[in-house]
Design a protein around this ligand. Structure first.
Ligand code: A3P
Length: 316
């Protein structure tokens, strides 16, 4: 049996073992360790988790795509798993397969850990396929919307909530070198773009600039929270699907935070280290973490970086 698929009971699903350099990093020479043990590698100038390996990245850039493929992209902690579940259910009449998990229905080519399927296997899978990516536009799967027919969907979330969610997600995890910095440190490196996946502003704006491309749909987490059915309709139309009222109701129910957190199909319990994944699922939980001074400094930085941009976010 493959070392990362050990038989541990998780509702019938194989357990995905913790990230390990020796199993998932591919090369060790280029792994770097920053302050408080923060682990990363750099590819094309971008800080990345060590499980994004040079060869996986090459596969993700060159995988052959089809017009009915969907690739959802985001900066980490922006609601991408929520979107993934919505996409899967749109494409499957609102019904989750009983013998699978959401993770096993997705293809994350840039990652060697948790989604280890290779090019050959993915190329033989039937349509429609759902790809996941956390890359900025210039490093997008299959070259991005300009060179691939695949339908891209980018989801962005207000950066204060992303920063807090990411802090909790990265702290103490094997893939981050068991990062143990205090919140103040995390906030600083987040604003400096010295976290895995780089600078939030560069990432989001790189996709936003291309929002007019016909095979790119740009979404915001806060819109999904506030107008779920409107956004669901938008996504379904983009994918060329007509949803009955019954299927809409099914998807809405199955993708609520409470349901995703407790349903074996979506709750990620088969992945080691993902225990706190479904943390709060709210707009504005940053208020529990930021001091007033930190919030003001963040706002100054945000105003500078977003000056002249028509992109706006709801922070509460
Ligand atoms: P919090 O840590 O703020 O709770 P990603 O999937 O891109 O890593 O994003 C994870 C964030 O999305 C987490 O945010 C998680 O709780 C939230 N999330 C996951 N499923 C959700 C859902 N169904 N509704 C709202 N938020 C959800």
């Amino acid at each position: 049996m493959n070392q990362e698929h050990q038989a541990v009971p998780t509702g019938g699903q194989p357990r995905i073992g913790e990230y390990r350099d020796d199993l998932h990093a591919e090369t060790l020479e280029d792994i770097q360790i920053g302050e408080y043990g923060y682990k990363f590698r750099t590819l094309e100038g971008l800080m990345l988790p060590p499980y994004v390996t040079p060869s996986r990245y090459q596969v993700s850039r060159t995988i052959a795509t089809r017009p009915d493929d969907v690739c959802y992209c985001s900066f980490p902690k922006s609601g991408s798993t929520w979107l993934a579940n919505i996409l899967y259910l749109i494409l499957n009449d609102g019904v989750a397969a009983e013998d699978r998990t959401l993770r096993s229905c997705l293809h994350w080519m840039e990652s060697s850990w948790t989604y280890p399927r290779g090019r050959e296997e993915v190329e033989t899978l039937p349509s429609p396929r759902i790809f996941k990516s956390h890359m900025p536009y210039r490093m997008a799967l299959a070259g991005g919307p300009e060179s691939s027919h695949c339908k891209y969907i980018y989801i962005a979330r207000n950066p204060k909530d992303v920063c807090v969610s990411y802090f909790h997600f990265e702290s103490g995890k094997a893939w981050s070198g068991k990062y143990h910095g205090p919140w103040e440190h995390w906030l600083r490196i987040f604003l400096e773009g010295q976290v895995q996946r780089g600078n939030w502003f560069d990432h989001v704006l790189s996709w936003w600039e291309h929002r007019q491309a016909k095979n790119l749909l740009f979404l915001r987490y806060e819109d999904l929270k506030r107008d779920f059915e409107g956004q669901l309709g938008l996504i379904a139309r983009y994918l060329g699907r007509d949803l009955s009222d019954e299927v809409v109701a099914r998807i809405k129910n199955a993708t609520s935070f409470a349901r995703m957190k407790t349903t074996p199909f979506s709750n990620h319990t088969q992945i080691s280290d993902f225990e706190g994944f479904f943390r709060k699922g709210e707009i504005g939980s940053w208020k529990d973490q930021f001091t007033v001074a930190q919030s003001e400094e963040f706002d100054r930085h945000y105003r500078e970086r977003m000056a002249g941009q028509s992109l706006r976010f709801a922070f509460e």
